[in-house]
Design a binder for this molecule. Structure first.
Ligand SMILES: C[S@@+](CC[C@H](N)C(=O)[O-])C[C@H]1O[C@@H](n2cnc3c(N)ncnc32)[C@H](O)[C@@H]1O
Length: 265
């Protein structure tokens, strides 16, 4: 395997500029405690098979999920290339280890039990994905695990553009708006992938992959990558998103995943 690469790509620069004036992670509904708790619960299932004492989060944003996912004893490091998010994160959690760095090129020479990215892969083009994977392989050691959460699934992109997963009725106006945003470089969605591509890429680096459908975002999926097979729990088959799946809301009530859908973009 070649050594780690630390150069910065033009895609990274484009998205750095995109995020430079944003104040939130752009996930509608994410200012709701129940929504965040449900999102964190789904993520936690992905690594429930192993203890995660040492965690690296790439694209940590302003730490939205920090208190939901990690305990006081977790040795956590978060990195993000947006200084304003790192500042907000630090203001909320002064003790957290944070760095303002680009994610695909990040390699710090440490070993982590878990390298975690949620809602970030859409900002990585294929070159960045490989660069990041190469770097992650060094930092995972033999027993660590890499989670790529909430990857937009390419075969659902047209439906997404039409507005099929939004709060309003699907329409050609939605489609035109999505395409215009993409054309003007104002599109937050960026790169869409298929599970098979992720599996092929992971295999190239000797990693095993478990693909899990996202129940919070029906047009996304998660990938759990590791050097040895891991028993990922509570999975939803990738082809079988079910509106009946129940997620625990903040008040302990179960809320049908479909109810969240109307709040998402
Ligand atoms: C949709 S937000 C998700 C934030 C957080 N992971 C969460 O789930 O709330 C995407 C985040 O990834 C960061 N990001 C995107 N591309 C990045 C890159 N190449 N390097 C570092 N951070 C990146 C953005 O600044 C932003 O904070």
């Amino acid at each position: 395997m070649k050594g780690p690469r630390r150069s910065y790509s033009s895609t990274a620069e484009r998205f750095r500029v995109f995020w430079s004036d944003k104040e939130t992670n752009l996930l509608q509904g994410d200012n709701d405690d129940g929504f965040r708790r449900a999102r964190a619960n789904e993520m936690r299932e992905l690594f429930s098979f192993q203890s995660v004492d040492k965690v690296l989060e790439i694209g940590c944003g302003d730490g939205t999920l920090f208190s939901y996912l990690w305990g006081p004893r977790t040795d956590y490091k978060g990195i993000d290339f947006s200084p304003q998010f790192i500042e907000k994160f630090r203001a909320k959690y002064p003790a957290a280890k944070l760095e303002c760095k680009e994610g695909a090129s990040y390699q710090d020479g440490n070993l982590y039990d878990l390298i975690f990215l949620d809602g970030v892969l859409q900002h990585f083009d294929r070159g960045m994905l490989e660069q990041h994977l190469r770097n992650a392989c060094f930092m995972m050691g033999d027993g660590g695990c890499l989670i790529w959460g909430s990857i937009p699934r390419r075969c659902l992109r047209m439906q997404y553009d039409l507005g099929r997963f939004g709060a309003t009725k699907p329409s050609l106006v939605c489609l035109a708006k999505s395409w215009l945003a993409r054309l003007l470089g104002r599109d937050a969605m960026g790169y869409w992938y298929e599970p098979a591509e992720i599996e092929t890429l992971a295999r190239k680096y000797g990693l095993r992959t478990k693909i899990v459908a996202s129940s919070m975002f029906p047009y996304r999926f998660h990938a759990v990558l590791s050097k040895t097979a891991k028993p990922v729990g509570a999975t939803v088959p990738i082809h079988g998103f079910s509106a009946e799946i129940k997620l625990k809301a903040g008040n302990g009530q179960s809320i049908p995943a479909a109810a969240w859908k109307s709040r998402l973009r």
